[in-house]
Design a protein around this ligand. Structure first.
Ligand code: ZN
Length: 313
């Protein structure tokens, strides 16, 4: 089968406070808020998309700030994406340590992993975020909030999935999604698709004794992988169904179309199209500035705007 997955597309997390989330991803990490919209299943909750200038798939982190809606704090554990990693230039890690220290964000030195230095921080909701110092990332970063060009986040580096019994998880990644194992150490297996550059990487961590993950505040909800277009998404869907996975119908997310399925280790995967992207309802220079609603929510705009906390960024 031809490789259909191009790279990661985005990571989506359930987080707590909207303003704290913006302060962390936009102000501290310097990512661009490329879309401010609402959760399509609960229009009283924001949906923030952070990425590069255009919100290119494989640079995207998206969050649902659910504070105040009775959602319990989640449990990080097996059957979940437990780490989201962003790519920064190798030479920038000392600068990041200083910047994060000034922002009162505690930095943990993870050390070298597969020849690259890694530091870890917690986002305001407790999500584990890594910054990986890479020599191989040619993506042009969004530059803002005083992060220098030569340090700015290039996009997603990859994600780490914690899995109790990884055999079938690995099998779906390699046999169906066409990932290849590109590195291994101890309990970590690194896979990549369509090349092994940052933005294409998934690490499967064998964690036989980890407690079972539970969704809630401070947990990653799903990871999405990118396909070129609607047609390839349907081909991917057929392949997944053929091996017995339960896949949703195609859902229109306005900025891409999506299908979802749970892989054998319990992690929710999404396969999302590259087009149409974030300029479908806002001009490139203005991305993230307005509250954008899907067409079916526009009649409720006044009520929605009243219900959402005002935020600055
Ligand atoms: Zn998603």
């Amino acid at each position: 089968m031809q490789t259909l997955i191009r790279s990661l597309h985005h990571v989506t997390a359930t987080v707590s406070d909207a303003q704290e989330d913006l302060d962390f991803y936009a102000k501290a990490l310097g990512m661009r808020l490329v879309k401010k919209t609402v959760n399509f299943d609960n229009h009283n909750v924001y949906h923030f998309y952070y990425g590069d200038e255009q919100g290119t798939p494989n640079t995207l982190m998206t969050t649902f700030p659910y504070k105040g809606w009775g959602v319990p704090v989640g449990v990080q554990g097996a059957g979940q994406i437990t780490v989201t990693a962003f790519s920064v230039p190798e030479s920038s890690l000392d600068g990041w340590r200083s910047r994060l220290h000034r922002a009162a964000i505690a930095v943990r030195d993870v050390g070298e992993r597969f020849g690259e230095e890694v530091i870890a921080i917690d986002d305001p909701s407790g999500l584990v975020i890594e910054l990986v110092g890479s020599r191989r990332d040619e993506r042009t970063p969004w530059v803002s909030h005083g992060v220098p060009q030569d340090a700015a986040v290039r996009g997603l580096y990859g994600v780490t999935m914690s899995i109790r019994e990884p055999a079938r998880t690995l099998q779906v990644l390699t046999d169906v999604l066409d990932y290849e194992v590109v590195n291994e150490e101890e309990s970590r297996t690194r896979l990549a698709v369509s090349g092994d550059l940052p933005g294409h990487i998934i690490d499967v961590l064998h964690t036989p004794d980890a407690s079972q993950a539970e969704n809630g505040l401070g947990t990653v909800h799903h990871v999405a992988m990118a396909v070129d277009n609607d047609e390839e998404q349907l081909r991917m869907r057929d392949e997944l169904i053929k091996v017995g996975l339960m896949v949703t119908e195609v859902r229109d997310r306005c900025y891409f179309k999506s299908i979802y399925f749970r892989e054998p280790g319990g992690v929710l995967y999404e396969v999302a199209t590259l087009p149409p992207g974030f300029t479908v309802d806002e001009e490139l220079p203005n991305l993230g500035q307005g509250l954008k609603l899907p067409p079916w929510e526009e009649p409720h705009r006044a009520e929605i705007e009243t219900g959402l906390a005002s935020v600055t960024y």
